[in-house]
Write a protein that binds this ligand. Structure first.
Ligand code: 13P
Length: 397
């Protein structure tokens, strides 16, 4: 299961002077293309889902595919919510399988950005999920044309970065040093001196948004000065669109599958180029050996009930499922009843947590405490409750 802790992955990249690509995916062709590139080059990789793209796909459906791709990979993978718009988006993303989140409040005044991010960090860290903050302003929307970029670049300052990181406890910081999302407007002017100062002051993995359009030397300068994660989308989208145009030119009557033929290969080629250029190629095995595997916890309760008839138990369990499934870090709630009369325990809860950290945050969550004290514990004195983690194959260094 090569889904790994994103913090460990980026720490390795930062300490070893390379950057992991965080590629925004919008459909199955993007997932296949990026994962094929990672397998081909042996690179750790981040599959990213940007909320600005959610109008183009069903998030829950695509996340099932993203998670399947990650779990069957031989290279280490993390799954990230890119530019989340709210706390609710981050909670939903974690429930769907993201193990890194960002809620972008970089267009707000500093104090507000700090407040929103601090609240996000409290929630996400209770789920074992690292948080990327963004400071300064990187204009534009990934995939859009330069002409539509709203606003001007606002560069991150060292003073603001120090205050933001110490007051929010984010795990990675996205900095604004001259890039824009989407296609570049003219030649980007990167402020590498500023980046070097931020890196020296913060001592933590830095992130660059708007990777499309930078040249090789610019990428190297960014990585040499602390950038460990590069967000990349528009160039993949352009490679895919170019392939579709080529297919249509070759056959004007092409049906859908002929029009999209070889799109994964076009995405793969561009993603593989980046993985080599950014130094991630060949690093997968080292990351697998040092990064904590991203393994869920099964919180199992088996119980008998006194004082409620069968229908009453079902109502209590259904109400509990509704309440508990909404707690951050809970991925799934199974409520069950034994199929055989006479089993030692008749009922079960099987609550899947995304990470062991959820054992504590769930136990103390007010909704859990209220449900358990009011409706469950008074009728379920005869119970066993155990947290299980999965037994995973050993990874040799
Ligand atoms: P580009 O689309 O410019 O590569 O930027 C992607 C990005 O920053 C996603 O967050």
């Amino acid at each position: 299961m090569p889904l790994v802790d994103m913090k460990d992955m980026l720490q390795h990249a930062w300490a070893n002077g390379y950057a992991v690509g965080a590629f925004d995916v919008v459909n199955l062709d993007f997932i296949s293309g990026v994962m094929d590139a990672a397998e081909e080059t042996g690179a750790p990789v981040i599959l990213s889902l940007a909320e600005s793209h959610f109008e183009y796909f069903d998030f829950a459906l695509l996340m099932a595919a993203v998670e399947t791709a990650a779990m069957r990979a031989t290279v280490p993978v993390a799954i990230h919510l890119d530019h989340g718009e709210s706390m609710a988006s981050a909670v939903e993303a974690i429930r769907r399988g993201c193990n890194g989140v960002m809620v972008d409040a970089s267009d707000r005044p500093l104090a507000q950005n700090i407040e929103i991010t601090r609240e996000l960090v409290n929630m996400a860290h209770g789920c074992g999920v690292p948080v990327e903050g963004e400071l300064g302003y990187v204009p534009g929307v990934e995939g859009e044309d330069a002409a539509r970029h709203p606003g001007e670049i606002r560069y991150t300052t060292v003073e603001e970065a120090l205050r933001y990181v110490s007051e929010t406890a984010v795990d990675f910081l996205a900095v604004s040093v001259g890039t824009v999302h989407g296609r570049m407007r003219g030649t980007p002017q990167l402020d590498i001196t500023r980046l070097a100062e931020i890196n020296a002051a913060l001592n933590m993995p830095l992130v660059i948004h708007g990777g499309t359009g930078l040249d090789d030397a610019q990428f190297h300068a960014l990585i040499e000065n602390g950038v460990a994660k590069i967000n990349y989308y528009t160039a993949l989208s352009d490679a895919a669109a170019q392939q579709v145009r080529q297919n249509c030119e070759a056959d004007a009557a092409a049906g859908f599958t002929s029009q999209v033929k070889d799109v994964p290969a076009a995405i793969r080629a561009e993603a593989a180029r980046c993985m080599k250029l950014w130094g991630a190629a060949g690093r997968g095995a080292e990351v697998l050996a040092c990064a904590a595997p991203w393994a869920p916890v099964e919180h199992l309760i088996i119980y008998n009930v006194s004082g409620l008839d069968r229908r009453g138990v079902h109502d209590m369990a259904l109400e509990g499922k509704r309440i508990l499934a909404a707690i951050p870090g809970v991925r799934e709630v199974f409520i069950g009843e034994s199929l055989r009369d006479g089993d030692r325990y008749r009922y079960t809860w099987l609550v899947r947590f995304c990470h062991p950290a959820v054992i504590e945050s769930y136990r103390h969550h007010p909704d859990h405490v209220d449900f358990a004290d009011r409706l469950f514990r008074p009728v379920a004195g005869d119970r066993i409750s155990i947290d299980y983690t999965e037994i995973l194959p050993r990874v040799e260094a």
